[in-house]
Write a protein that binds this ligand. Structure first.
Ligand code: FA5
Length: 353
């Protein structure tokens, strides 16, 4: 059973020890010995308070509180006297810790660079849905119902049956869905660049199921194929530098006539078709004999202009749709041998750029 005398002598004993302590470690030891929450001597003494008759308990409890406060005040004054404190000292002369800095993802960096190049020559950035109706993704683009790209194996459909006259909803397999949407909104002449996410059932060294395209669309009076090739040439020189080689091949798209595809000399194998020694000297898997397809382009088909309520007798235009990731991988000096590395989320890879 605790008593007033016991409390007084405990206070005296603790004060003597605190007065004798010469550093923070010594003070801390006495603090734990008397005030420790589990086994401190004062704590232990107070545990016996329950057995004290009620009238005495009040008096002893009050004294216990006074002893505790006195001990803590004395401890604080000793800490001050010894120049120590519970708070760790901060050495202001130490160099600070620099927080690690992140950066934008490589694909975001590429998108910003591409947008900047096209806005320089008057194209306006526009945004269109990434889940869209079959109508905008295919039908309005002159793609008949039996076109292979409308097959379930290539495109991710949301609905199994058409929901109305615009058809089913799809995850856009290309940014060309923005063409007729833009025509419906804008007055002529117009120049848009629509950069968006696309989805296809494909995966290998040069394909990912989710990727990005940038879609250019220019409509005006008297637009020609040479305007198209001049614009693409401007982009390639701005993005890759003036020395890089590109080639233009005739191609077929339902929504452009005539249509072309554009290839760039492969940035992984430097156009040789062979990987360098460090990578095993084997055939480059990214390209076809030194060339990589960047995307398609052509003169907007009159049926597409009509779908966008534009008179094809008055207006003509060109369109192009290229892959952002592919274009980025072909930058000189990157030598990234597999497009999937961009989405592996491996910081050891991403931090190199
Ligand atoms: C198209 O998507 C057409 N809409 C392009 C177009 C627009 C033509 C306007 C004419 C006028 P294509 O399926 O070839 O075309 O894809 C274009 C580019 O997207 C490819 O050259 C490639 O760079 C990129 N691409 C296509 N599929 C993938 C994929 N799975 N992963 C990464 N990039 C891809």
């Amino acid at each position: 059973m605790p008593s007033i005398d016991e409390l007084n002598s405990l206070l005296q004993e603790a004060k003597t020890k605190l007065a004798a302590a010469t550093d923070e470690a010594g003070l801390r030891q006495v603090e734990i010995e008397y005030l420790g929450r589990q086994d401190g001597k004062l704590t232990q003494l107070l545990r016996g308070l329950a057995d004290v008759p009620l009238e005495q308990r009040k008096i002893i409890g009050q004294r216990a509180n006074e002893v505790k406060s006195a001990l803590m005040a004395f401890l604080a004054s000793r800490r001050q006297a010894l120049g120590s404190s519970n708070v760790p000292l901060v050495d202001l002369t130490q160099p600070g810790t620099v927080p690690s800095e992140g950066h934008r993802h490589l694909v975001t960096q590429a998108i910003e660079e591409i947008a900047e190049i096209f806005t320089r020559i008057g194209f306006q950035r526009s945004y269109h849905p990434e889940v869209d109706w079959e109508h905008y993704a295919f039908a309005a683009l002159n793609m008949p119902e039996n076109h292979p790209a409308r097959d379930e194996w290539e495109t991710f459909f949301i609905d199994t049956e058409p929901l109305g006259k615009l058809g089913r909803r799809v995850l856009t397999p290309h940014t060309s869905n923005g063409q007729v949407r833009e025509m419906e909104q804008q007055k002529q002449p117009m120049r848009m660049v629509n950069i968006g996410t696309c989805y296809r059932r494909q995966i290998d060294v040069s394909h990912t199921p989710m990727f990005h395209q940038f879609e250019g669309l220019l409509i005006d009076e008297g637009v020609t194929m040479s305007n198209l090739i001049g614009t693409l040439d401007y982009f390639v020189k701005a993005f890759y530098g003036p020395e890089r080689k590109i080639r233009v091949r005739p191609f077929h798209f339902q929504f452009t006539e005539p249509s072309i595809e554009i290839d760039v000399s492969c940035g992984v194998c430097h156009g040789t078709g062979l990987l360098r020694q460090g990578f095993g000297g084997q055939a480059c898997r990214m390209c076809k004999q030194g060339w990589v397809e960047l995307g398609g382009a052509g003169m907007v088909h009159p049926n597409v202009l009509k779908a966008g309520k534009i008179d094809p007798k008055k207006y003509s235009g060109f369109a192009f749709g290229w892959g952002v990731e592919r274009c980025f991988l072909m930058k000189a000096g990157l030598e990234i041998p597999d497009i999937r590395m961009l989405y592996s989320n491996d910081l050891r890879f991403l931090q190199q750029f």
